[in-house]
Write a new protein. Structure first.
Length: 226
C-alpha cells in the first residue's frame, strides 16, 4: 500500500486535526501504533511539524469523515508521492569514483583507439571535452593521469566494456579481439590427453580423466582426428 511522503509529519497533523484512532493513523502512515502514541503524547525525540495530507492531495476530507465514523475503516491514499525520475544524460558515477574517471578514459584511449569519444562518454559518464583533453594531453591534470582498466576502477562492468569494444571494432571494420588467455591451458590439456591415450593403448583400456571428459564435450574438435 502506498504511504504519504512524510509519514511522521502526516501522522502528527492527523493526531492534531482529526478524531481518527491511533490504529487508523498508524495504518495510513505505515507506522507502528506506538509511534503514533508517542507523537500524540509529545514524547517523540523531536517535535514534528504537521503536514496536511489533504492539501498535499494524498487524502480527502470525505475519506477522513468515513474514518471518523467507523473506527475499523482504513483510509485509502489518493495518490502516492511523486517518484524521482532520472533524466537522460551521462551515467551517474559515485563521488568517490569520479576522480578515477580520467584514468579509465586514458586506458580506453590507449588500448581501444577505435572507440569514439561519444561511446566513452556514455560508458564512463563524462563529457567529450574532458575526453578530448585527455586524448590531446591538454588536460589540466595530465601529469597525474595513469591509464587504468575502468572495470577494475568500478566505472563500468566487464560486459559493458566488451560490448562497447566489439561494437566499435565492427563499425571500424576491425576484427573483434579474441581472448587467448586460455590457449596455453588448452595446449597443456591436449598434451596430457595424448600421453593418457598412449598409456591406455598399451594397457588395452579406454582412458578416463578430466581431460578426456573435457574433450568429449559437444562441439569440441578432436585435435588427433584428421
Amino acid at each position: 500500500m502506498a504511504q504519504p511522503l512524510m509519514p511522521h509529519a502526516t501522522a502528527s497533523w492527523l493526531v492534531d486535526n482529526t478524531a481518527l484512532s491511533f490504529e487508523q493513523i498508524a495504518a495510513f502512515c505505515g507506522l507502528h501504533i506506538l509511534e503514533v502514541q508517542a507523537i500524540a503524547d509529545d514524547t517523540a525525540a523531536t517535535k514534528l511539524t504537521g503536514r496536511d495530507p489533504v492539501r498535499a492531495g494524498e487524502l480527502t476530507l470525505a475519506e477522513i469523515e468515513k474514518g471518523q465514523k467507523d473506527p475499523k475503516y482504513r483510509l485509502a491514499i489518493q495518490k502516492g508521492p511523486e517518484q524521482a525520475r532520472r533524466t537522460k544524460g551521462p551515467r551517474y558515477t559515485p563521488v568517490s569514483k569520479r576522480q578515477d574517471k580520467p584514468d579509465g578514459i586514458a586506458w580506453i584511449i590507449r588500448n581501444h583507439p577505435e572507440v569514439s569519444d561519444g561511446q566513452i562518454s556514455k560508458l564512463i559518464g563524462t563529457t567529450r571535452t574532458t575526453i578530448a583533453a585527455i586524448r590531446d594531453r591538454t588536460h589540466w591534470n595530465i601529469a597525474n593521469i595513469t591509464p587504468k582498466d575502468p572495470v577494475t576502477l568500478g566505472l563500468c562492468s566487464q560486459r559493458e566494456l566488451d560490448a562497447l569494444v566489439a561494437k566499435a571494432a565492427k563499425a571500424a571494420g576491425l576484427e573483434a579481439p579474441v581472448d587467448s588467455r586460455l590457449e596455453g591451458d588448452r595446449e597443456a590439456l591436449i598434451e596430457q590427453l595424448r600421453h593418457e591415450r598412449e598409456a591406455a593403448s598399451h594397457a588395452g583400456e579406454a582412458p578416463q580423466s578430466e581431460a578426456e571428459a573435457l574433450f568429449r564435450q559437444p562441439g569440441f574438435v578432436d585435435p588427433f582426428k584428421h
